[in-house]
Design a protein around this ligand. Structure first.
Ligand code: SD4
Length: 321
């Protein structure tokens, strides 16, 4: 399932990518709807769940929520939902957002004790006049909506945190494959786009720290006329460039999804020439035609793509460094 191979980017060769280093590859066929793309290896399981909805003519919104719930509910995934690594005070705090084809969106941040923050984010979107609930307010709302209060810190995550406390050095390392965020975007048969993002955030962050993952425009953006984008990695750098919104706007200006991801990553490098060598940020993009793009600062950013032509495969994104 996790075999990595070089991904020949769909649509990239239609024109010269500004900083593309891809040469001499054949152009793959245009993907047909539906399409779902999600971050990291656990995107494979998420895509499989999303595909059940997409392949039966379901809505992209339902598909991305169902997909994101897969790693959220898996106690072995130490970066999302149940079993997520805690902050430096030992508290598992979750960030998530969701956005549909009408630009409706909902988000929660610093939410504790709830296994499926993506579903709480969807309730914020559908049941409140607001977009974003945080902390105790988000938990109160979740409980009112019938979500169960649970302990999210597993024995493994608690042990990892106690080991970390021995040195207590906060150094987010690129591509710790079991500490990552799921971002998932999909195009359904009715040509509608939606996306979701969910995470326990950077391990051992300060209590109260919120990353890019629940921020609409940063880790997720959907514009049903153009496309959708999502991100993973060091959220502070994604927030600084409002990354996913930037990727969608770059597509609006005529860039392919691949070019848009590359230009967004280049913006981070321009902002932080030194720091960008040490951290990881990755973007995924999907346009209205079902073409996809993926690009990261560092090697090792994997993602999973599911379409009629590519039945759920994991690829490694091209990278700046
Ligand atoms: C954050 N972007 O909290 C998330 C973490 C992540 O790969 O994606 N790690 O900043």
């Amino acid at each position: 399932m996790t075999t990595r191979r070089k991904f020949i980017q769909i649509g990239t060769l239609a024109s010269l990518a500004p900083i593309s280093r891809i040469f001499g590859m054949k152009r793959p066929p245009m993907p047909s709807k539906p399409v779902v793309i999600s971050t990291w290896n656990f995107g494979h399981g998420a895509n499989a769940e999303a595909w059940k909805i997409l392949s039966t003519n379901g809505r992209a919104l339902d598909a991305v929520e169902a997909g994101a719930r897969v790693p959220e509910g898996d106690p072995k995934e130490s970066s999302v939902g149940l079993g997520g690594l805690p902050d430096r005070d030992g508290r598992v705090t979750l960030d998530s957002c969701i956005m549909d084809e009408y630009a409706n969106c909902g988000a929660v941040a610093c939410l504790e004790h709830i296994v499926h923050p993506v579903s709480v984010a969807r309730k914020v979107m559908e049941k409140t006049p607001h977009v974003f609930l945080v902390g105790d307010g988000a938990l109160k709302f979740a409980l009112e909506q019938g979500f169960k209060k649970e302990k999210l810190l597993t024995a493994e995550s608690e042990k990892a945190w106690k080991d970390w406390l021995k040195t207590a050095q906060y150094k987010p390392v690129a591509n710790i494959e079991n500490h990552d965020t799921i971002g998932i975007v999909a195009l359904d048969v009715n040509q509608n786009l939606s996306g979701a993002c969910t995470t326990s955030g950077m391990a051992y962050k300060m209590h109260g720290r919120v990353g890019d993952s629940p921020i609409i425009g940063a880790a997720l953006f959907v514009d049903n006329e153009i496309g959708a984008a999502t991100s993973t990695g060091v959220g502070e750098e994604v927030i600084r460039i409002v990354g996913s919104h930037l990727v969608v706007e770059l597509m609006r200006q005529g860039n392919t999804p691949q070019q848009a991801c590359e230009l967004a990553v280049a913006r981070i490098v321009k902002n932080q020439p030194k720091k960008s060598k040490e951290i990881q940020v990755g973007f995924l993009a999907l346009n209205k035609n079902g073409e996809t793009g993926a690009y990261a600062l560092q090697k090792g950013f994997t993602y999973a793509l599911y379409s009629n032509e590519i039945p759920n495969k994991i690829f490694e994104a091209k990278s700046y460094y």
